[in-house]
Design a protein around this ligand. Sequence first.
Ligand code: NAD
Ligand code: MG
Length: 384
Amino acid sequence: MKTVTILGATGSVGTSTLDLVEREPDRFRVVALTANCDVDRLAAAAIRTEAELAVVADARCLPALADALAGTTTRVAGGADAVCDAARGADWVMGAIVGCAGLKPTMAAIEHGATVVLANKEPLVSAGEIILAAASASGATLLPADSEHNAIFQCLDAARLDSVRRIILTASGGPFRDWSTEDMRLVTPAQAVAHPNWSMGAKISVDSATMMNKGLELIEAARLFPVPADRIEVVLHRQSVIHSMVDYIDGSMLAQLGPSDMRVPIAHTLAYPERMATPMAPLDLVAVGRLDFEACDPVRFPALRLARAALEAGGARPAILNAANEVAVAAFLAGRIGFLEIAAIVEDTLLRYAPAAPASLDDVLAVDAEARRLAGERVEDGVV
Ligand code: NAD
Ligand code: MG
């Protein structure tokens, strides 16, 4: 029996994880489920899985959670520290909180020494070195759930990194992959969250539309698989059938293919090193018919260029990029700024702020806070 905790259990990745866990009650037992404040969904999932503990990060939502779970065996708690405590209790922990809010809970799970599954990519971007050092100190096993990184992990299995020539991340290009910059100027949040191939939370859907998601994934790949940045490439692959590839020095290129459903990479991490069945229909290659590859356009999608520059410069740059992007995406979703201003605010924040490289988690959190403040100023000004 594997004990399981899901951080961010009510979101897109959290719900996919629950779906798999609930299919095999003899194999998985739920210890804790957390959410920000989605009390109804959290309580319903806790009741279905007979979770030991349900936690809301926003303590104001705790009374409603306590009401919803009154008379059950599930204990309840609220607040950011309670989320970190909940991260410490299971063999297998899914990190599916959105944004840098997941950083401390992820660190708590890693310090506990569990198997920690990283869907939540923003902490890896902002504090990658610190997270990896904590994992090697505690002996925690890190497994990537992001579909591209899970694909690379599967293609790298048992291989030596010095025999890798290139890592090739595939990108769907998002809903605006064929749009001109001028046409992208007026896109609405509803258009930006309508991804052609994947169903995901709002923030990552906007990141896919700006291609900042691929930029964050470039940095994520460099953290997880230590090959030089110039050997990690991005290729547009609009079918999202190949989830990423590894090119070896002998000329072999390995790819992982599968349906565009996060339950496939999540199942890989949930059963690892075994395999488990998933409910998806097998990939029908004849129906897929063809696989196309194109170069990405860094002019129409400046976020990708900014992320690569941040990765190459290192230090605090990835944390600034990520924090400014989180602020800008939230402002776009709230209707306060236009779509093209997202990358413009990120670039502006990177230009205005050049702190020393963070050496500790507190340093990263300080950089994150200041970058958010600066990006927030630009949102207020409405001038970039
Ligand atoms: P989502 O918005 O659907 O869900 C986010 C979850 O985090 C919810 O349970 C929410 O209650 C919780 N949460 C939000 N703010 C919080 C806070 N301040 N403190 C604690 N909990 C909080 O997001 P998602 O699409 O499931 O994505 C989650 C993470 O996984 C993101 O980092 C995303 O980049 C990554 N990811 C998602 C997908 C996908 O298919 N959705 C794929 C790859 C990677
Ligand atoms: Mg991805």
